[in-house]
Ligand binder design. Structure first.
Ligand SMILES: Nc1ncnc2c1ncn2[C@@H]1O[C@H](COP(=O)(O)OP(=O)(O)OP(=O)(O)O)[C@@H](O)[C@H]1O
Ligand SMILES: [Mg+2]
Length: 495
């Protein structure tokens, strides 16, 4: 039975907003009824015009999102935990889609996927609003990825470079340092005018607090927004979290700013989507995931791009994380994400166990477009160094059999081991790109060849200091760099 909506007090999280847009007048509206409720899902009958992704207002004041349409019934995901809600409650359409406030007021804030504050502060005074689920920018609005985004990591910035607007997957087993690597990248954007969004999906509260502490103590929270849907949150919120983070970054991207979004992690997101889909009785496919799981992640990651100058030239770089089991990179969700993204950084359990941290496996990692964004000087040095390293990895296998090797092979192995030692990097210690160039020049010139493994970190520390105090930039010639690095290394009296 239709009822006039003027008599309804429609509960809404943002009442003032609703009031300003309200127009008086008699209008007809549909009234539905909740048939059953549980596990974060409500089945509702009697809203024939409801559309997918529309917000429904429920009788107890909570909201739900239309997620599944059947002939008679619709399935909605609940957006708030409410004890007052039970079968028989009334439901009304809102004709609105889910959105989130965007703008600089979100910097330094911790919010939930609906934009509510989780840090005990007041609601952020946002200067705009964006829908959570929108189409990705059309091809013509995009530009090439040709500017680097430095992670501060020795291996990534040289061998697996990331460009602004790129989507680079961080993949690895449980506990091999995926989150650490992503957080280090966020920290490295300090003072570089890159707006960051860190999305924590389904993580334990202790992990979220740890990540927040890391960001705060390193001074990175000031340029970061943290979107959290922790493990105990409603499945609907965990499902929405990456879309909320993406919308926040998109707000800045369309203002012409460079942004970085970390989705930590999409395995949990896929599992939440599977849970919701199974509860809504959608047909399960491979590993019980619904058939559209690929589309879900493609839709999210396609929104990361570099915009053309006419649209402000902003960019959104995405670092999605995905967890593997026993290093199985070919499992369903990991392969989906590998094929959607522009490259992957593979973290290896064995390297982690042997103390090579960060445990990046160079042979299984790739950046398909980042090379175009790399500075030519870095690219030149990295090319030589990478070749050495790959040859070493092959030779090392042979040397394990105890076979006699030629002297030249032994030199290669020694230099490879040196590189492996150089690659080791503490967490929370991102390095400037000038230093990356300096150590590569030192390595390629053979200035480090005679060093013992234990002395490497001291020499690199000294080199980092010299680079920081020195006047050289990436624009200076290789000869200038070679001379400077040679002089700095002599100061340390390399024998
Ligand atoms: N470069 C590093 N140097 C030293 N320790 C590190 C480094 N990177 C990571 N670690 C340590 O490894 C542990 C696991 O790291 P992290 O939590 O980032 O892994 P993860 O892959 O995100 O784990 P999970 O799968 O549980 O989310 C942490 O204790 C962290 O301190
Ligand atoms: Mg983690």
């Amino acid at each position: 039975m239709p009822t006039p909506s003027a008599s309804l007090t429609i509960p809404h999280a943002d009442a003032s907003d609703w009031l300003t847009r309200y127009q008086f007048g008699l209008r007809m509206t549909e009234q539905g009824r909740v048939i059953s409720i549980g596990d974060g899902i409500a089945w509702i009958k009697g809203l024939p015009s409801a559309a997918m992704d529309e917000i429904l207002n429920l009788e107890d004041g909570s909201r739900a999102l239309v997620f599944h349409l059947e002939e008679e019934l619709l399935g909605a995901i609940l957006l708030q935990q409410s004890a007052a809600l039970s079968a028989g409650a009334l439901a009304y359409r809102s004709d609105e889609r889910l959105g989130i406030g965007v703008g600089d007021a979100l910097l330094g804030r911790v919010i939930d996927p609906l934009g509510g504050p989780l840090d005990g502060g007041t609601a952020p005074a946002c200067d705009g609003r964006r829908e959570l689920d929108v189409l990705s920018p059309p091809i013509l609005a995009r530009d090439f990825v040709d500017q680097p985004l430095y992670t501060g990591n020795k291996i990534i910035d040289t061998v697996i470079p990331v460009g602004r607007g790129q989507r680079q997957l961080i993949i690895g087993d449980n506990g091999v340092g995926k989150s650490s690597l992503a957080l280090d990248t966020v920290i490295n954007q300090r003072g570089k005018n890159v707006y960051c969004v860190y999305v924590a999906i389904g993580q334990k509260r202790s992990s979220v607090i740890n990540s927040l502490d890391v960001l705060r103590e390193s001074g990175a929270l000031a340029h970061t927004t943290v979107v959290v849907a922790e493990a105990t949150a409603m499945p609907g919120l965990k499902y929405l979290a990456p879309f909320a983070g993406c919308a926040v970054a998109e707000g800045w991207m369309w203002q012409g700013k460079d942004t970085l979004v970390v989705y930590d992690d999409l395995t949990t997101h896929a599992r939440t989507y599977r849970e919701l889909s199974l509860l809504l009785r959608r047909p399960p496919g491979r590993e019980a995931y619904p058939g559209d799981i690929f589309y879900l992640h493609a839709r999210l990651l396609e929104r990361s791009t570099r915009l053309a100058p006419v649209h402000g030239g902003g960019s959104m770089t995405a670092l999605p994380l995905v967890e593997t089991e026993q290093g199985e990179i070919a499992a369903y969700i990991p392969t989906n994400l590998v094929s959607i993204t522009d490259g992957q950084i593979y973290l290896d359990q064995n390297l982690f166990a042997s103390g090579c941290l960060p445990a990046i496996d160079v042979t299984k990692s790739v950046s398909r477009i980042g090379g175009k964004a790399q500075h030519p000087r870095i690219k030149e040095e990295a090319g030589r160094m990478k070749l050495d390293y790959l040859q070493f990895l092959e030779l090392e296998v042979f040397s394990r059999f105890g076979s006699q090797l030629e002297a030249s092979m032994e030199t290669k192995i020694r230099r490879g081991r040196l590189l492996r030692e150089i690659f080791k990097q503490e967490r929370l210690a991102p390095l400037p790109i000038e230093f990356q160039l300096a150590w590569m020049v030192a390595y390629n010139e053979g200035l480090l060849d005679t060093l013992a493994a234990s002395a490497i970190s001291d020499y690199l520390g000294h080199l980092a200091q010299c680079v920081a105090q020195g006047p050289l930039t990436l624009g200076d010639s290789r000869e200038d760099w070679r001379q400077a690095v040679t002089a700095w290394m002599q100061e340390m009296a390399v024998p």
